[in-house]
Write a protein that binds this ligand. Structure first.
Ligand code: BES
Ligand code: ZN
Length: 632
């Protein structure tokens, strides 16, 4: 029976103690002292799980997809370890209906679903015994489950078959798998998944490369991973090999484009291994999803999930693959313990991504990419400092009561990467690389807090080399420290020179732009169009260079934002097509935000949004609902 929960939501300090104390027993000052003496206990503000008492070690999914009802149903079996002899196990669920729970495969047990919190969902508290070995939860998802996007055939490339994909990070796995949904616990998993016979299922696990005859797929992930990396995609998929251990899954009509775009992926894996040690996951494959995928990429282990908006046709946006690949070390091998430590995942990954790009394409190009990132950081840093949460410019965050997605800013990514770049410049590349290799080795398949990293840095890099470094300022201080290294690209200086001429020429041909400019030179160009350029200047540029419809998603998105600012309307039909088709939040949010700044723009945005919203994943539409004050 589902009963109301006994305890309501507690303030975090109390919650921490609750999680630390054994189920139901009275908390005393002695407990507190002994808890402090214990090896670090990490409290995750975004999970109800009682990981200090009971932990899942392995989970097995036995599920089927129901495309008519847009639900997943079946069971999940948790193989558990009871550390304290606890008589309750607490999991996270959100938008899930639990019908029954069995202990050790046969004995039905009681459970309670606690109060619902819009952000965190509910605690699922299950009565167990000290000797219980497995807990099996029978459940069904709801059609609006946050992780899942059910696409109708019209929303796919092939237009014939439906599609389903999941996005677990940060706290959405609990909307399709009842689990202890905290990055602080690692589990192995296996799955039996039943899908319609004309579709193929793939997961962040070992994958078949051809469709099965009966729609049944079996998966194994034998390395321990955090729950946010459990992922599933189901669609009309085909596989193509890229290299010895690399390949791509996508809809049949996109296979050739993907094979062309990703020609360098095997070299990236080799470069990454050369930098920081063996790739530990066996194969590295990529699935290119339909355009509604809310992110650029997601580092699901063995199988990166990616947006088709990186298929620029000229391989110019593949640094995104380097990024997701780099997560195979930073993030997937060594994982942030809580979402407040998110920069440990993303800052390291942006740094590592850039090193891969340097290995494969050379320093000049890598520096260009990094300078573009830095421009973004300066802009966002200003924005955050002047906003509601200036403390979000610290690397170590405090996201108590907030969505962990709020931490997805240039601070974690780019300030984090520049922190590492500045350390590299201070001790020299060789020592820094040795340090990073050792860091990944010493913490493989573990979770790390910011504080653990600081101590490790002190002991393994700074002290041995007798180096003083303002680590505290970088991590706990707001904004960008003064000793941040600079990157300067000569090529961008040439681009800036061209920009200065824009308002004084009558025809864009007079700018004499070289024919071989890369995507990133164009991005720099658009970003540096002088402040006094007006709509007619933009019309002149568009007539010559065709930005509005150029097919490169990064350029188009940047151009649309600027054009809205300047009141240049030539973009309108193209921007509308883009917004209706593409669901990548990083592009959508700035465009809708810019439109929302004027009454006329807001009305226009809402008119487009009413068509576009059904195409977006919940991660994107919840963000845009907010920006537009959308009430349906
Ligand atoms: N892990 C992130 C995506 C993510 C972060 C999802 C936080 C949910 C919560 C992924 O690796 C990522 O950073 N993607 C970027 C691309 C990258 C090149 C910066 C994206 O999607 O834009
Ligand atoms: Zn990332």
């Amino acid at each position: 029976m589902i009963k109301a929960l006994k305890y309501t939501k507690l303030p975090s300090a109390l919650m921490a103690l609750f999680l630390l104390s054994c189920g139901g027993s009275e908390h005393t000052a002695d407990d507190e002292a002994s808890n402090e003496a214990e090896a670090q206990v990490v409290v995750d503000k975004h999970s109800y799980a009682n990981l200090n008492e009971v932990k899942t070690k392995h989970l097995h999914l036995d599920i089927a997809t129901d495309f008519d009802r847009k639900v997943i149903n079946g069971s999940v079996r948790h193989d558990i370890e009871n550390l304290t002899g606890a008589d309750k196990m607490v999991m996270d669920i959100n938008q899930i209906t639990v019908s029954k729970v069995l202990l050790d495969g046969s004995e039905e047990t009681t459970f309670e679903v606690g109060d619902y919190d819009e952000l965190l969902g509910s605690p699922l508290t299950i009565d167990i015994k000290p000797e219980t070995k497995t807990v099996t939860v029978f459940y069904e998802t709801t059609p609006d489950a946050g992780a899942l996007q059910w696409l109708n055939p019209q929303q796919t490339a092939g237009k014939k078959h439906p599609y389903l994909f999941t996005q677990g990070q940060a706290i959405l796995t609990r909307t399709w798998v009842p689990c202890q949904d905290s990055p602080g616990n690692r589990i192995t998993y296996s799955a039996d998944v039943k899908v319609p016979v004309d579709l193929m299922a793939v997961m962040s696990a070992n994958n078949d490369t051809v469709k099965s005859a009966d729609g049944m797929y079996h998966f194994e992930m034998k390395k321990p991973i955090p729950s946010y990396l459990i992922a599933l995609a189901v669609g009309d998929l085909e596989f193509a090999s890229l290299g010895q251990r690399t390949g791509v899954f996508t809809e049949p009509s996109l296979v050739d484009d993907c094979v062309y775009e990703f020609a360098d992926v095997e070299d990236m894996v080799i470069a990454a291994e050369g930098l920081y040690g063996d790739y530990k996951w066996g194969r590295y494959d990529i699935i290119v999803l339909p355009p509604s995928f809310p992110f650029g990429g997601m580092e699901n282990p063995k199988l990166t999930f990616a947006t088709p908006t990186i298929l620029a046709g000229d391989r110019s946006l593949v640094s995104l693959v380097a990024h997701e690949l780099a997560h195979s070390w930073s993030g997937n091998l060594v994982t942030n313990a809580t979402w407040d430590d998110f920069w440990l995942n993303e800052g390291f990954t942006v740094y590592f991504e850039n090193r891969i790009m340097e290995e494969v394409y050379g320093k000049e190009y890598a520096d260009m990419l990094m300078e573009i990132e830095y421009q973004g950081l300066e802009y966002e840093n200003e924005d955050i400092i002047n906003g509601e949460h200036p403390e979000d410019t610290k690397l170590k965050l405090d996201l108590e009561g907030r969505n962990p997605d709020d931490g997805m800013t240039a601070i974690a990514y780019v300030k984090g990467a520049f922190f590492l770049k500045t350390l590299e410049a201070t001790v020299g590349r060789e020592k820094f690389d040795d340090f990073l290799s050792k860091y990944f080795k010493d913490h493989e398949f573990e979770t790390v807090t910011t504080e653990m990293f600081i101590a490790y840095l002190e002991d393994n890099l700074l002290k041995p080399n007798d180096v003083e470094f303002n680590t505290e300022e970088w991590i706990y201080g707001e904004g960008i420290p003064d000793n941040c290294v600079e990157v300067n690209s000569d090529k961008f200086e040439k681009v800036s020179d061209k920009c200065e001429l824009i308002t004084s020429v009558k025809d864009a041909k007079e700018l004499n732009i070289p024919a071989n400019w890369s995507t990133h030179e164009w991005l720099h160009f658009i970003r540096h169009i002088p402040a006094d350029a007006d709509a007619s200047d933009l019309a002149m540029l568009d007539a010559e260079f065709g930005f509005s419809d150029c097919g490169n998603s990064e350029i188009m998105a940047e151009w649309y934002v600027l054009s809205i600012k300047k009141g240049y309307k030539g973009i309108d039909p193209h921007m509308e097509d883009f917004l209706v088709k593409v669901g990548r939040r990083k592009f959508l949010a700035p465009i809708y935000s810019e439109l929302a700044k004027t009454d006329e723009g807001l009305a226009h945005a809402k008119q487009i949004y009413s068509k576009a919203r059904p195409n977006y994943h919940s991660i994107s539409y919840l963000t845009i609902d907010d920006i537009l004050g959308w009430e349906g």
